[in-house]
Ligand binder design. Sequence first.
Ligand SMILES: Cc1cc2nc3c(=O)[nH]c(=O)nc-3n(C[C@H](O)[C@H](O)[C@H](O)COP(=O)(O)OP(=O)(O)OC[C@H]3O[C@@H](n4cnc5c(N)ncnc54)[C@H](O)[C@@H]3O)c2cc1C
Length: 423
Amino acid sequence: MLPSATSPEAAVIGGGPAGLIAAEVLARAGVAVTVYDRMPSVGRKLLMAGRGGLNLTHSEEFARFVARYAEARPQLEPLIEAFRPEDLRAWCEELGQETFVGSSGRVFPKAFKASPLLRAWLSRLEILEVRFALRQSWQGWDEEGRLVFTDAAGKSMRAKPDATILALGGASWPRLGSDGTWVELLAQRGIAVSALRPANMGFTCPWSEIMRSRFAGEPLKRIALTFQGATVKGEAIVTQDGIEGGAVYALSARLRDAIEQDGSALLHIDLRPDLSPESLLRKLDTPRKGQSASTFLRKAASLSPVGIALLREASPALPAEPEALARLIKAVPVTLTGAKSLERAISTAGGVPFSELDEHLMLRRIPGVFVAGEMLDWEAPTGGYLLQATFASGIAAARGVLASLQIPDAALTLEPSSATRQS
Ligand SMILES: Cc1cc2nc3c(=O)[nH]c(=O)nc-3n(C[C@H](O)[C@H](O)[C@H](O)COP(=O)(O)OP(=O)(O)OC[C@H]3O[C@@H](n4cnc5c(N)ncnc54)[C@H](O)[C@@H]3O)c2cc1C
């Protein structure tokens, strides 16, 4: 149903995936929607996510999937139940972007980028007569309760829609548009926003000069990281001043919290997680035949030069006894001294707490104003969990608007295809 002159009006502030999906749900139900964004174009962070292949969601079993949201699981599970990973895949495929499950169980569009999906999506929104007001930076409300926006020249514009969805994102990668300035605007209205903190970010550690100059940028492949009893297999990358990458991000919430509390965190890296300590020991317990330590480790334990350098960082004089060497390779200690800043983090922890919202994601203190996406107080590892919760919360907020305006919901997607529907 397309909007008419008498349709109720909604403002969606923020044209990321949360705002755009909310706009789609509202427009399909016949609401006249305007999407406001401070940037000259929408979906910039989505496009950036596309540079890494656009990990849309994950194919793992539902209970395991929702457990990734840790403390926010009780609030997010019903939203994700209402828009499940297979629904996201079906929606994407309806826009002409086939999806596939990678070897890790992660789901990607076959195009392995976001631009074709975003293009098709924006065309659909155009057909649904969604309006876009770009280069409009939201400044809060005036004394009459109207939304206030300013453009780059400082000219201001006001709007008084029937309902508003805030989908302003977190504060990572601020050059893409989301910078967390909304925190102050909500605080002025008495909303207790949890401090924004980096999530899925790298860490600093005091590498030696040789590690910095020779190994920055080198990947540590097929490793396992252990911290506080949690072990994650994957990859990491040595940086100039620390370490980053998928396996690090997976432990980043615990590491960040430990560093905040204790000033540092001791991470252990298993350079050969595929080998039991006994098998590794058998490989190391052979004559060195005059080989240098590096050559021996490369040949006997198949360690990469960066792996060997990591051993030397932990123990400059490498242990001569095979048992001690095997122990070190299975658990190289690395002391992390700081978390990388929010500006370079993949995502943001903190935000609007669920306690400030009703079950439709409406702010209890500001009736008619709903919140969605990364600006809500939840965090999750990489793996598609960020976009899944972003989409699901955008849809939930839009349905909340429809309920408040007493407008029936129009179905968002076709039934998921049998190829993507899982048990
Ligand atoms: C490098 C990188 C890679 C990523 N890869 C993945 C991935 O593969 N899989 C995954 O699940 N997630 C990934 N993410 C995370 C994912 O992109 C975000 O979680 C998602 O974009 C959040 O969507 P959102 O709509 O809540 O916010 P955003 O996408 O940040 O959109 C918010 C919008 O609000 C606008 N805005 C902000 N403040 C104002 C204001 N005051 N006035 C007007 N407009 C404003 C911004 O310009 C922006 O357009 C990645 C993130 C990064 C940085």
